[in-house]
Design a protein around this ligand. Structure first.
Ligand SMILES: Nc1ncnc2c1ncn2[C@@H]1O[C@H](COP(=O)(O)OP(=O)(O)OP(=O)(O)O)[C@@H](O)[C@H]1O
Length: 267
């Protein structure tokens, strides 16, 4: 079955916990968490560095095994969803194949999803992420921000129903980042993608998402769950509204309060 035929999934985390290692050197990254990410929604995860956001994303992607609890994606395990190419993830580090061109890296996502080659789609994605004219370049010939944009395009190629983005715009320049913040949600909305996004930018979290979850310092627990019901599509005008600024203030305050309550406060 092509992923197109699949509905966007709910993601449920039940008693999900992760400790790396054991004994005195063990690192408890996640306390048991119960969380549901609604189908078709975009949720941003905000929290101090090292609190466990990437670990949560990796558990949802099935790249790490939980120490306790489990994840279901539309009722299936992460492994089952991966096998049907229903899930794609973009990491902080773009992890492209160095011997393939931009075009080749993006097209590979279709091959891996056992979908037919679609050169026109690949060109549209290259344009979407602002890389017109760079389709024949190899990763080593691109800047870090350009490589991240290739990784985003690759993620979108197979039209996954679940998109996991781990600081995907970290190395992207401010102007391009803002443009991607406006353009990408339109694509997700059209496709009804369930999206979970880790970002360090409070503004970006509010701009992109339907919900912002703010985490405490490690081991991560949710300190605020903020609904973002700003109208879509969002643009620069939305950012100037009192409602937008109020949401940014709420998320910043929760981040700050969470950090004071957590282990960092004792240092
Ligand atoms: N494979 C691993 N082995 C041991 N410890 C790990 C491993 N992966 C993550 N950790 C630890 O788990 C904790 C959470 O890491 P994680 O990468 O999830 O944080 P994060 O919130 O995504 O941080 P950042 O915002 O800086 O990317 C950290 O203390 C980290 O050192």
């Amino acid at each position: 079955m092509l992923p197109d035929a699949l509905p966007p999934p709910d993601v449920c985390c039940l008693g999900l916990a992760k400790t790396f290692g054991s004994g005195p050197t063990a690192t408890e990254a996640l306390r048991p968490l119960d969380l549901t990410f609604a189908a078709g929604q975009t949720t941003a995860l905000l929290g101090p560095s090292g609190c466990g956001k990437s670990t949560l994303l990796r558990l949802v992607a099935g790249l790490e095994a939980p120490s306790a609890g489990h994840v279901t994606i539309g009722g299936n395990s992460p492994a089952q969803v991966c096998a049907r190419a229903g899930l794609a993830m973009a990491f902080q580090d773009a992890s492209l194949l160095p011997w393939r061109t931009v075009r080749g890296n993006i097209a590979l996502a279709l091959t891996l999803a056992r979908q037919p080659a679609d050169p026109a789609l690949v060109e549209r994605l290259i344009a979407l992420v602002g890389l017109d004219g760079f389709g024949d370049r190899r990763p080593a010939e691109l800047s870090g921000g350009m490589r991240q944009r290739v990784a985003i395009a690759r993620c979108l190629a197979a039209e996954p129903r679940l998109l996991l983005l781990d600081e995907p715009f970290g190395a992207v320049d401010e102007l391009t980042r803002l443009r991607l913040n406006f353009d990408l949600p339109r694509l997700w909305e059209k496709r009804g993608t369930t999206t979970i996004l880790v970002t360090h930018s409070v503004t970006e979290a509010v701009l992109l998402s339907d919900r912002v979850l703010v985490f405490s310092p490690r081991p991560a627990s949710v300190v605020a769950d903020i609904a973002v019901s700003l109208p879509r599509p969002r643009n620069r005008d939305v950012m100037a509204t009192p409602a937008f600024r109020d949401l940014v203030d709420q998320a910043s305050a929760a981040l700050w309060a969470g950090s004071l309550a957590g282990p960092l406060a004792a240092e």
